[in-house]
Design a protein around this ligand. Structure first.
Ligand SMILES: Cc1ncc(COP(=O)(O)O)c(C=O)c1O
Length: 404
């Protein structure tokens, strides 16, 4: 990015540290992310402020992460308290916060399982692949996932990600990953042979364009996996913790997965992820099979415990359903929006084909609304579950202004 490409509202020119951003040769970050357009300094609920004091409405939540809004006082207090009590002791020892948090996660998922804590969605998937391989045994190690899926950026998570263009620069990919057409049962059945240990699916393909898996598809996949002794692993990294109007996206189909991957909203911004598996599956792991220095730190799990308790207290799935219906109905009143899809508060608005979603997202940002262009013609909306009617109305006004 050169000086001319930096939007005029972007950075205060007097701040040298800020001017290091934007892909300049002296930028301190590796160029793996696109050049940032705004530098945010502060947040409160649905609102964000940039370094110049300009206010924005955050309808993206760091991609479905800060579901209780920015700077939630209870989560902040839990983090501060834990930081003053105990941060970390290693996995040679237990700590009460991680233990209570694991029990909460298991309860939310219906019970009967065990948890491995990690720090991100990709790590939750990595742990899941190792579990599937150990469970399947030698010769039965393949993970089948869907085209259009996204499962993370580490090598194995990337191999599971059904987007061949993302594999190409890093070939060869790790062996043992196979892709099928999403929402197409015949395609899945054709891919199942005795080498398959697990099927891995998102219940809504978030990065793929906010495409829900149909209820019938998920139910049929569950049935086939059960018949063939194949693990059904559900990646709830983006859809988990009430985002779709149920605690977890798979609950829309009334199925019970064998393995679930979690992250994003779990700590309302504190980095934490988890792999959950039914006890009979989790029990194939033995000491030394997997681990992570930061697995289940007291600090991260304190944030997750507070986040989950707040979500339980507010009945987050009901709130997400109500607010999701409200946002959907209001998005449908915009002429340039030809379709609204998704579940709960994970939504995409498909724009008229002549509109470039990435350009529209930049214009919206300039007008103070944070969303992202999830495909060439669709905007993704993932506001906090705590979003108010007044904030939804304000966002719709901005959208109408920008989309004419
Ligand atoms: C469904 C899904 N799985 C996994 C990931 C990877 O998570 P992380 O970026 O925390 O590694 C993402 C991130 O967007 C995701 O949406």
């Amino acid at each position: 990015m050169n000086d001319k490409q930096i939007p005029s509202h972007a950075f205060s020119s007097s701040d040298t540290a800020i001017n290091l951003l934007g892909g300049r040769p002296d930028c301190p970050f590796m160029p793996v992310f696109g050049a940032p357009q705004v530098m945010f300094e502060r947040g409160q609920g649905t609102q964000l402020w940039d370094v110049n004091g300009k206010r924005y409405l955050d309808f993206l939540c760091g991609i479905a992460v800060t579901s209780l809004g920015h700077a939630h006082p209870v989560v902040a207090a839990a983090i501060a308290h834990q930081a003053n009590t105990l941060l970390h002791v290693s996995n040679f020892f237990a700590n009460p916060v991680a233990t209570q948090t694991a029990i909460m996660v298991d309860k939310l998922l219906g019970g009967g399982g065990q948890v491995f804590f990690c720090n991100s969605g990709a790590e939750a998937n990595e742990a899941g692949f190792k579990l599937a391989r150990k469970f399947g045994g030698r010769g039965r190690h393949v993970v089948v996932s869907a085209l259009g899926s996204f499962h993370g950026r580490t090598l194995a998570a990337l191999a599971a990600t059904g987007q061949p263009a993302k594999h190409e620069p890093f070939a060869p990919m790790p062996e043992g990953f196979r892709h099928v057409v999403f929402n197409d049962l015949d395609s899945l059945v054709a891919a199942l042979d005795p080498t398959v240990a697990a099927v891995l699916l998102e219940t809504v393909q978030g990065e793929g364009g906010v495409i829900p898996a149909s209820v019938e598809y998920l139910q049929a996949v569950r049935k086939i996996c059960t018949e063939r002794g194949i693990l059904l692993m559900i990646d709830e990294v983006q859809t988990g913790f009430a985002r779709t109007g149920k605690w977890f996206g798979f609950q829309h189909a009334g199925i019970d997965p064998d393995v679930v991957m979690l992250a994003k909203a779990m700590g309302n911004g504190m980095p934490i992820g988890a792999l959950w598996a039914k006890k009979e599956v989790a029990s194939v792991f033995e000491p030394g099979d997997h681990g992570s220095t930061f697995s289940g730190t007291a600090l991260a799990t304190a944030a997750a415990r507070a986040t989950m308790q707040l979500m339980i207290d507010m009945d987050a799935p009901t709130v997400a359903t109500r607010r999701g219906a409200e946002l959907t109905a209001k998005l449908r009143t915009i002429d340039a929006v030809i379709e609204v899809r998704g579940r709960g508060l994970l939504l995409a608005a498909e724009l008229r084909p002549e509109l470039d979603a990435k350009k529209v997202a930049t214009q919206l940002l300039e007008q103070g609304l944070v969303v992202n262009g999830v495909t060439s013609h669709a905007l993704r909306f993932a506001p906090p579950l705590t979003v108010s009617t007044a904030e939804i109305d304000e966002a719709i006004e901005i959208l109408k202004k920008v989309l004419g």
